[in-house]
Design a protein around this ligand. Sequence first.
Ligand code: ADP
Ligand code: ZN
Length: 760
Amino acid sequence: MTEPERPADRDAAIAAVLQRWFGFDSLRPMQREAIDAALSGRDALVVMPTGGGKSLCYQLPALVLDRLVVVVSPLIALMQDQVDGLRLLGVPAAAVHGNMTAKDRAALKAMSDDGSLRLLFVAPERLFFDGFLRWVQQQNPAGIAIDEAHCISQWGHDFRPEYRRLAELRQHFPGVPFQAFTATATPRVREDIALQLQLREPVLLVGTFDRPELTYRVLPRQDLEGQVAAAIRRHPDAASIVYCIARKETESLASALQQRGIEARAYHAGLAAGERTRLSSDFRAERLHVIVATVAFGMGIDRSDVRLVVHAGMPKSLEAYQQETGRAGRDGLPAECLLLYSAADGAKWRSLMERSAAEGDGDPDALQAQLQLLQQMQRFAGRARCRHRSISEYFGQRYDEPNCGACDVCLDELEEVDGGHVLAQKILSAVVRTGQRFGGAYVIDVLRGSRNEKVLARGHDKIPTFGLCKDVPAGKLGNFIDQLIDQELLVRSDGEYPTLQLGPQAMEVLRGTQQAVLRMPKQALASRGKRRRETAGSGRASREAVELSATEQELFETLRTLRRGIARELALPPYLVFSDATLEDMARQRPLTMAALGRVHGVGPKKLATFGERFLGAIRGEVAAPPVVPPVASPAASPPPATARVVVPEPSSGTRRQAALAEAAALFRAGTGIDLACSQLGRAVGTVVEYLVEWIEAERPASIAPWVEPDQQARILAALRQSEDGRLKPVFEALGGQVSYEAIRITAAFLRNEASAMDG
Ligand code: ADP
Ligand code: ZN
């Protein structure tokens, strides 16, 4: 494989775009490689976990190249969020899907006509709609990104038939680089993706799957409602998602939580569409914090401040677990992932999978693949092994930290049960005495001395182990049985009615020649302080490990309220305005000027211009924050229409604009370059160029040399003179995309002066 060619000025171009548009200081290592591949025109297969930052991998090349990138994405809600987010950054973007309004279409046409469109999101099934492909070809895209690419493979955990036709894409775009993105671990799926999309010698990039900011806990499920309620209370006022396997569990758990005083709502695919939309928009708008849901929830919800993800039951694969827990802490701040596990979950999944394979066209290989994924998930849950290490290794990556400091195992949250060895002997003995022919539930009945019909009919109330564990709750016994299975002291048979048998070492334990150990979580986990950073082991916490002080915390809450108000005005989810990480940084740095605010992580020039004044006001304590929206679901609130458009408010009022223009004029008169002017004015490139154009028209300078290089100018002038209608896109294209739109705009203003001088 050849090294992609790396023009020397590429890094500078990337750094400029990163800082100018996104307000980020650096790329993550994987992002750099993925972007390099795209810029070098190479295909790439990018394997990256949720939250790894893949959107930048296709957004940035579009901005560096000043050309269109097409993104195939499976979910409308996700596309719409990205489009809204990009527009807040000032990037011309659009989504094509079944719910487009006439206005959406007109906006898209305008952007394609003037050549400003940079990112176009499209659902896979729309791509092959009448004439659409041809239209895309005419737009001459610089790249095509395929999100959730594993959906094309039936070996994956989320096969979607509408992805199949993407196999035809290559023949329509023979010269365009493809980037495929997935979070799937298995080599088989990766190969299948490359094969089906006909990737050509793709650069294979595998991101870091470890998420140091997440604390993983796997606890035996003993008192589901109490355990979930306690976890939610560890994160007061923060967003929590609780995943259940079945719909009816979501409803019963949500109402049990409500009875405990927690505002929780159930969400599943069986609810009316209107109800689902209302719930997701309440959650996004921070009116609702706790959702109890099936996995139907979350695919389109990118709220980045989720602090807790609970699995009330075990997911069916580590991919699914990684994806669902990945929805926590996307803002990079600490979050908790709690899995409440019982070995019964495995049996439940197995029978579901077998049934659906039998009902469908039943590919036995595909079922086998699913069962294998399930088994690996079970192994993860059942073992007391560092969770960060286990996940990393599952995704094929080394993990070198001896103690992750962020999982139940490394935090030493389990303790040995007193008398565990004797308890284990009692359980093993009950299995032997009942003939190794029964499942866990029956063995528990016998141990707890239940006189139910089955036990009496078999005479098992007469055996010595009957009632030996009367005082141990059934849930705990179930978990101890799981632990014995994990230690291979017991073996659970396959099939619809699994039974327990002794494992190879069990006799040693019964004879007392080998000790068995059982573990239990230590007393209830103490409530963890909000926004506490779990300090991570060396070498991986690049983000500072600093808690907010009380006053910082107070400012953070004020900023959060302001953000919520702005989001409501714009009918956008709050995290699109600024992330929690950005607000924390603001609270810590307390910037008092636009320039200082612009240095806060995640504050790009466009957002600075749009929101800067209001946040500065709040930091200075000048502006009363808008009234707090109560953090509960309000039935009165109507969801924003699905096609809500961003209306970015005018950056500043008329007088402030005049002041900014005057300040800018002084800089231009002194020949200040655009970049410097941007940072001195605290304004985005687009705004500064707009000021410059106005200034050129008003002041008619003799030269524009400080802003457009002479030889570029000559070429642009020549092309402009050729163009008949004054449109910029033909000029841009005539110059082979080697000159930026900004340069063209400035030169065009200069030319207009010349023309009007000749007229007059
Ligand atoms: P994914 O699509 O892979 O799930 P996103 O693209 O949404 O992840 O990125 C996750 C988060 O990381 C976002 O909040 C994004 O703004 C942030 N992020 C991405 N790249 C960078 C970077 N280079 N520097 C700082 N933050 C970043
Ligand atoms: Zn660990």
